[in-house]
Write a protein that binds this ligand. Structure first.
Ligand SMILES: *Cc1c(COP(=O)(O)O)cnc(C)c1O
Length: 404
């Protein structure tokens, strides 16, 4: 049972009962129709083909290529390995550095390091929270092997600027479009920009394949090489065509789940939009919290709910997150700490990144996805109003917080 607090003593962080029994997280965890998932699964089960480019992988790749309006789609066991293999294949031979934002996905620098290259962190644009032509340009040097454009979790990065820059400097451009699988730019769906784009089919992402990832491109040679690479480098029985093959294939049951998720996508986007609009409605009158707006012209998936903690919010971001988390509202600091502050086991190029440092302290990702319903959002936002209105008392009762 949910009860919004009637006294500060009832806050879970002060020993009261949490608002939620079941944690409300930021993970999408979309659950497509079970019957539909089973129907797809029957196809590979009856064909007795479980992996190695079976009927569902072929169907999924064809549908995703169509969805993203590209000539090719190549699936992988994860977004991580799709990125790693694409970086490795696209990087200019003999060069070492991959330019990427620091305010981004937690494992991004590790991915570059697995390919034997070095992350070179760049700034982000404070308006988009993503890298753009200006922030990338200042990092380009004779060692630059590849530019990685990464879309933020709300909105898009500077597609046109990065494309023009990559062209001007003759440097390959790869987009991590994991968080923008649905979006369009200039009425063209994300997927065909740069040399290639990468997506994930992980359970917390827009399309749930349990795990998985894929690349879209119009470059037939790249697609062929990556398809070889993910499957041991085999080209026909016992013919190993690549000196550096590995196993990074997606299998049939994951493809079945991804296909069922794809069938559900339009409905999902409508549900996400409803959740986003409820947050909008209930946070509009809350001082100190700014909800990041989706741009409807980009035809977004509305999956993520991101809020900025402004100067007039009465608690620090960290305290706010702790108070929310105690209620099992699993809000998270957005991409924090940024990658350039993490200890790594490999070298990285770290210029001064004051904008990233500042922004990395300001944003909160709020619960969203399939397990968050409308009454949950009303409870979450009501509780945020409660925190705001009782911030002085809450502050006094909590151990002192050094960050504000
Ligand atoms: C999750 C994520 C990945 C990695 O995808 P996995 O399928 O989980 O390996 C890469 N980039 C971004 C932006 C992500 O959010």
């Amino acid at each position: 049972m949910r009860t919004i607090k009637t006294a500060v003593d009832e806050l879970a962080i002060l020993g009261g009962n949490p608002i939620f029994q079941m944690p409300k997280s930021t993970s999408n965890l979309v659950r497509p129709d079970f019957g539909n998932f089973l129907n797809y699964s029957k196809i590979f089960f009856e064909a007795r083909q479980y992996t190695n480019n079976g009927p569902l992988i072929r169907q999924l790749e064809a549908r995703l290529a169509k969805f993203h309006q590209t000539d090719y789609c190549v699936t992988f066991c994860s977004g991580f390995w799709a990125l790693a293999l694409a970086i490795k294949t696209l990087a200019t031979p003999g060069k070492r550095e991959v330019i990427m934002p620091s305010l981004t996905y937690r494992r991004m620098a590790d991915i570059a390091s697995w390919t034997g290259l070095e992350p070179h962190f760049c700034e982000v644009d404070p308006d988009t929270l993503a890298n753009n032509a200006t922030t990338v340009r200042s990092c380009i040097n004779v060692r630059t092997a590849l530019i990685l454009g990464v879309h933020p979790i709300v909105g898009l990065c500077d597609i046109d600027g990065l494309t023009a820059l990559a062209h001007e400097k003759n440097i390959p451009l790869l987009f991590d479009a994991v968080e923008s699988a649905c979006e369009s730019h200039m009425n063209r769906r994300i997927g065909s920009f740069g040399n290639a784009e990468i997506f994930s089919l992980g359970a917390s992402k827009l399309l749930n394949g349990f795990e998985g990832g894929y690349l879209t491109t119009n470059d037939g040679q790249l697609a062929e090489q990556l398809a070889l690479c993910r499957g041991f480098g085999f080209k026909g029985p016992d013919n190993v065509a690549l000196p550096h093959g590995m196993n990074a294939k997606l299998n049939e049951i994951h493809a079945a789940m991804a296909l069922a998720s794809l069938d559900d996508l339009e409905d999902q986007v409508a549900r996400n939009r409803r959740r986003y609009q409820l947050y909008q409605q209930h946070l509009a009158s809350l001082p100190g919290i700014r909800l990041l707006e989706f741009d409807d012209s980009q035809q977004p998936g509305y999956k993520n709910i991101l809020a900025e903690v402004l100067e007039d919010w009465p608690l620090s971001r960290e305290t706010t997150i702790r108070v929310l988390n105690a209620e099992r509202i699993l809000a998270r600091a957005y991409y924090s700490p940024p990658l350039h502050h993490k200890k790594t086991a490999y070298p990285a190029i770290v210029p001064k990144l004051p904008v990233t440092d500042r922004l990395s302290r300001r944003f909160i990702s709020l619960p969203a996805g399939h397990l968050v319903d409308e009454t949950d959002i009303i409870a979450i936002t009501e509780f945020m109003h409660y925190i705001h209105d009782h911030a002085d008392v809450i502050s006094n009762r909590l151990p002192q917080d050094a960050s504000r």
